[in-house]
Design a protein around this ligand. Sequence first.
Ligand code: NIG
Ligand code: FE
Length: 423
Amino acid sequence: MNDLVWQHLDLCPHGNPDETIADAALAVRDGTLAWVGARSELPAAFVAWPREDLGGAWVTPSLVDCHTHLVFGGHRADEFAQRLAGVSYEAIARSGGGIMSSVRATRAADDASLLHAAGSRLEAMIAQGVGAVEIKSGYGLDLASERKMLRVARELGRGYPVAVYTTFLGAHALPPEFAGRADDYIDEVCERMLPALADEGLVDAVDVFCDRIGFTSAQSDRVLEAAVRRGLPVKMHAEQLSMMGAAALAARYGALSADHLEYLDEAGVAAMKAAGTVAVLLPGAYYFIRETQLPPIDLLRRYGVPIALATDCNPGTAPVTSLVAMLGMACTLYRLTVAEVLQGVTCHAARALGQSARHGALEVGRQADFVAWSVDTLAELAYWIGRPLAARVVHAGVTVHTERSSFDATGQPQQQRDAGSRA
Ligand code: NIG
Ligand code: FE
């Protein structure tokens, strides 16, 4: 039996900074939380267990990145330069760049190089406290290439200390082989690709890019219908560049989430509320494409739609590997509160994956996935920009990352410094 009590920590067990436990303890047996509470109330059964001291750190559940396109070939720094010169994201996409340029690079890449590139992005995420991540396909756009992306995503989940949830996004863009035949491509997605990939166990959920440079509402409807018919949960890239009624459509299928949402209207908000669909906001994409239309935050609040945040890590609109950085961006750009953003990357993000029972909270019986942060107050997580804050990342009770300090106080290189030491 592998037993350990983590102590000398302040606990924020559900990601809500208004519900905390000072001087808490976590008892972990074989990677699972056996007890959570104030250290003074630790039951006798755990008192003799070995202890690990976290030096007074704040502890939250591991973060959940509920919307990423982590697996892709190449990058699009050249397009970034074009956009700086004034060409819009949409204009680049319409001229054959954008998503299609990543499709060409992803089709040309082998499994090993995709795994290597995505693995390095994933390592950066884990080092910043991510314990669960959603990974979409959508840069393959043919059966073999979509399969390759999803296989790589599954491999990442096996190779790294993080839970990976895959999403089939075959309807991300129209591949050149189907130019002028979008409806035929949707047939291919619904009748050939989705069934095959789902049968191979590669698909946890299905997504569609419903937009004027993506697919129409009618085409998106067909994909969602095909997914739900197979018992798969759905989500949607909705109202990112224009208002298409995509969020309301997603809600009709009981979608887990509708994502982006800058152009969402009140009817869409009401439909999401009625369906229990989470609003996933992606401030990195908003920032990177210099969007100026703000998502309807006040309406989402007024209707009580849960708000999650994610990196959207992708080569075109969000070359972002820091979910922590999204906290500060969401506060500054969207005027979300610290309490909203912290829940947005824990409990609400878990719900956006349909995985509330597994992620986003620290409770007895759950896997011990948590982060000890080098901060005095949780607001610092949304305050610092670019400073590594995760002192220790724990996955299934095992420390998988610790803060390293390269220099001691005199400027001399030093060895790894652990957050806390065995008491
Ligand atoms: O979430 N909007 C569509 N999909 C991605 C961007 C894809 C790309 O440009 O490569 C997004 O923003
Ligand atoms: Fe996206």
